[in-house]
Design a protein around this ligand. Structure first.
Ligand SMILES: [Fe+2]
Length: 272
């Protein structure tokens, strides 16, 4: 089960940023969700609670949160409240985390040694792989692709890890690899212009080619706060709408991914 962008703190931030705005801006951000107070994150917390209720009803094999757990990486209360909410999930359902640009970007874009250390202390590794049933899952830190120079050595270290990991033969009974990251590598077209919701072209193309060369057919992401499906050859990039505040009129919700030895399928569900 995929959750994206619970982003505790975003509603109050948007309320301040768009003070006086009465129509959505070019990226579909509106003034703020109605009824949001100017401090705290009750709007996001209530939505996350609804998602966690679904987790506990459905009992998926695991939950992965695809980044932007919080709005501000250095706001300890946002992080503490987010982690406290997930304490409602029993330990029989593993919860995995993927770093978003708000979790490790000191300026919402750039990871640094300090932001990465802080993230790793709270959430664990920012890149890892694991196997469940017929699938190997690989999660990586896409923020490093956006500003590779801001945390010296991290981008290169991750690329060599990804190359080694993807090159490992699949264990018996494991039939495919599914990838997770925060940013979509691209939204619609591998050659589209760089923008706030995809990744810069050189790293994007290298990563698409690396995933494709190892037969990865799905990359699931967050970041867009909207459901967007992109495709390049056999690789599908599937971005999931946000738990916290969605954009472009998309509903908040979660995505279920089903894997069998032969196929991967997925479906988006709005929050109850
Ligand atoms: Fe986000």
């Amino acid at each position: 089960m995929i959750l994206a962008d619970p982003q505790f703190g975003i509603a109050a931030f948007l309320l301040e940023k768009h003070k006086g705005r009465t129509t959505p801006n070019h990226i579909g951000e509106s003034v703020a969700p109605p009824g949001t107070p100017e401090s705290g994150w009750p709007y996001e917390a209530e939505r996350l609670d609804r998602a966690i209720t679904v987790v506990n009803e459905l009992k998926p094999d695991f939950v992965i949160v695809l980044g932007d757990m919080v709005m501000h990486w250095d706001n300890e209360q946002q992080r503490a409240d987010l982690l406290a909410a997930f304490k409602q999930v029993p330990s029989s359902i593993p919860v995995y985390w993927v770093p978003g640009n708000h979790d490790v970007g000191f300026d919402f874009f750039s990871a640094t040694d300090e932001t990465l250390a802080s993230y790793r202390k709270s959430f664990g590794d920012d890149r890892y792989s694991f196997t469940v049933g017929p699938s190997r899952f690989i999660a990586f830190n896409s923020v490093l692709f956006d500003r590779p120079d801001s945390a010296p050595g991290e981008y290169e270290a991750q690329m060599s890890w990804l190359k080694q990991e993807l090159a490992k033969p699949l264990a018996p009974g494991v039939h495919h690899t599914v990838a997770f990251a925060h940013h979509p590598l691209f939204l619609r077209d591998i050659d589209e212009k760089d923008g706030p919701f995809n990744l810069p072209r050189p790293g994007r193309i290298e990563m698409v080619e690396l995933l494709a060369a190892h037969g990865v057919k799905y990359l699931f992401t967050g970041h867009t706060h909207a459901n967007i499906l992109g495709r390049h050859g056999d690789l599908k990039v599937v971005a999931t709408s946000a738990i916290g505040v969605s954009r472009h009129g998309h509903a908040s919700g979660y995505r279920l991914v089903k894997v069998t030895p032969d196929a991967v399928s997925h479906s988006f569900h709005t929050l109850p």
